[in-house]
Design a binder for this molecule. Structure first.
Ligand code: DX5
Ligand code: ZN
Length: 235
């Protein structure tokens, strides 16, 4: 299925392994294992030490990842002044770029800038940010990312309030005929994945649950199994 087709299949469940919890000295191997387990989007967490209290990676690493996988690279920018860096990420090989509502003073402009680089444009909300703040941009985004932890670190505990926001986004999409996909990020593991899928999440980011311990292939496969059975239980 092509990327364009994927975005017209909002119900398709996908696992997006987050490399934040991977062994950075063996990124290509780790991505290969997670892909073998069914991961179909690679989630890349970009942190600047200002918007969030941690620093991770930038465009040079994305450029190397581009050589290591054919899967879409989903770059989650947890940075201030995103406009300054969007071209760099796009040129490095990002396919999807998401920015935080809380970090963008001119959100509409930033989302259109992402699209002008032929990337899928996503908007992200922190646990304390209501869905209503996105009302004016939902029509133009390709995906909405609901944070289910406060961004900055992997391995944190899932915040249940994310579920009602996912539900609301699914209702708004159906009611207004929009086509964005719904992604969730933070604390997604075997004990939380079913509830977010039942709420309406379609793209499931998981770092610790895939790369934390054991084998990334079997971890990814188990998570996807759980997610797909929950999806079948949806009415
Ligand atoms: C947190 C990041 C997440 C992180 C999720 O700020 O945005 O993508 O990797 O990690 P887990 O799945 O371990 O909660
Ligand atoms: Zn993330």
């Amino acid at each position: 299925m092509t990327q364009a087709e994927l975005f017209t299949e909002p119900d398709l469940i996908e696992l997006a392994p987050s490399i934040l919890s991977a062994d950075f000295a063996h990124l290509a191997d780790q991505i290969e294992r997670a892909t073998a387990g069914g991961g179909s989007v690679i989630h890349v967490d970009v942190m600047d030490g200002h918007f969030v209290p941690n620093i991770t990676i930038g465009p040079p690493v994305v450029k190397s990842l581009r050589q290591a996988t054919r899967l879409p690279l989903d770059c989650h920018l947890m940075i201030e002044n995103a406009d300054r860096y969007i071209a760099d990420f796009a040129e490095a090989g990002a396919d999807w770029i998401s920015v935080h509502q809380e970090a963008c003073r001119h959100l509409n402009r930033t989302l259109n800038l992402i699209k002008s680089h032929e990337c899928r444009a996503g908007v992200v909300i922190n646990p304390a940010t209501p869905v209503e703040t996105l009302s004016e941009v939902l029509e133009i985004v390709d995906y909405v990312l609901v944070m289910s932890v406060n961004p900055g670190f992997g391995g944190q505990k899932f915040i249940p309030g994310a579920k009602h926001k996912i539900r609301k986004l699914a209702e708004i999409r159906a009611g207004r005929g929009y086509s964005y996909r719904i992604e969730v990020d933070g604390g997604i593991a075997l004990d939380t994945v079913a509830e977010v899928v039942r709420a309406g999440a379609e793209i499931l980011v998981a770092g610790n649950a895939v790369f934390g311990k054991g084998d990334a292939k079997s971890n990814a496969a188990a998570l996807l199994d759980e997610a797909r059975s929950a999806s079948l239980q949806k009415v």
